[in-house]
Design a protein around this ligand. Structure first.
Ligand SMILES: [Zn+2]
Length: 350
């Protein structure tokens, strides 16, 4: 067996750093730059494509059956849709989530000049002392009933505009990233930054141990996954396999958990390739890596984006188990380590 060591604290440190760089779909430059720097420090060659995704190449021992790995750095977020007469903001969503999951959440509006103004996302009837409790609880959480209360002295649209805020400004959801002393990472946006960290952790383990991938490997870190077209471009045309690294859906009725690596068998887009699934299961079993096969009922990945764009690839999907996805999420360091190990095993396999 080949010896290598996953640096759990290095990988978690990379993840916490990435979680603190906000990157909703459409505003991902800084997060991509962070990942690029980390990959370059491991000796990978990197470039960006026109739409801003990161393409990192690691020449393998062979180029006979080149492979690609992908994970996405873009996350959920919002944009200023309207500056209301009361000086508060109406938002439009970036990515798919329900408003209940961001109620009471801190947020940051970034103006065109780069100034950040903090605020809180609240229903338009938020106070039980002003409206009765029933009115507050029964108000439907939808775009028109939610607003941002800015931490600035403003009660009029003109006063808000004077802060430099305008329609189209990005609004970041506070990730509240935290590592607990029990090894959990709780944060928004673990989907899919946890997987980017797993790829980094796998690459670092291989670089530290002086290992080279069996095949030429391209890591594509996409920046438009949450809106469906992340990996539609960026994968070299001679690649024959694509390993998507994206979160495993944990919850009621699911087989996945926060302590293993999820191997997705099927999602909304249909089954993943059976040869990829067999290979991944065999690699996990041989290396004693905890894994869970599972089906994610309401889930699409960059694998579908690549296939629908016309790529001829065998696609598989693995990832760390994430609880309460697209809400305040959580995973465990054990799940990150298991996923990083399975990536290493995959890259070393002939
Ligand atoms: Zn995702």
């Amino acid at each position: 067996m080949i010896e290598y060591n996953i640096d759990a604290s290095g990988m978690t440190g990379f993840l916490l750093g990435l979680l603190n760089i906000y990157s909703p779909t459409g505003d991902t430059e800084r997060a991509i730059a962070y990942v690029r720097k980390a990959f370059e420090s491991l000796g990978l060659e990197t470039k960006l494509n026109a739409k801003g995704a990161l393409i990192a190449t690691w020449e393998g021992r062979s180029a006979g059956r080149p492979r690609a790995l992908t994970a996405h750095v873009d996350t959920l977020g919002a944009m200023v849709k309207e500056i209301k007469p009361n000086g508060r903001l109406r938002l439009t969503q970036l990515g798919g989530y329900v408003w209940n999951t961001v109620e009471g959440e801190g947020c940051f509006v970034r103006t065109a000049t780069g100034v950040t103004v903090s605020g809180t996302i609240l229903p338009i009837k938020a106070s039980v002392h002003v409206h009765n409790g029933k009115e507050v609880s029964e108000l439907e959480r939808k775009e028109a009933n939610m607003e941002v209360r800015l931490d600035a002295r403003t009660t009029k649209a003109e006063e808000t505009r004077a802060l430099g805020i305008e329609v189209g400004d990005f609004c970041y959801l506070d990730s509240r990233a935290q590592l607990t002393d029990t090894g959990f990472v709780r944060s928004r946006h673990l989907d899919d930054k946890a997987s980017v960290a797993c790829i980094y952790g796998a690459f670092k383990a291989m670089a530290d141990a002086g290992l080279t991938p069996a095949q030429r490997t391209t890591a594509l870190i996409t920046n438009f996954e949450e809106v469906g077209h992340g990996a539609s471009t960026g994968i070299p045309s001679d690649c024959v396999e694509l390993l998507v690294v994206d979160m495993a859906a944990v919850g009621e009725g699911q087989n996945s958990d926060e302590f293993s690596c999820g191997i997705c068998v099927k999602d909304s887009g249909g089954p993943y390739h059976i040869e990829m699934r067999r290979k991944l299961v065999e690699l996990a079993q041989n290396a004693d890596i905890p894994y869970k096969l599972d089906i994610y009922p309401f889930y699409g990945s960059d694998g579908a984006a690549a296939l629908h764009a016309g790529s001829d690839l065998r696609v598989g999907l693995i990832g760390p188990g994430v609880d309460a996805s697209h809400a305040y999420e959580r995973t465990h360091q054990d799940s990150l380590a298991a996923t990083a190990r399975l990536i290493v095993e995959y890259l070393l396999a002939p």
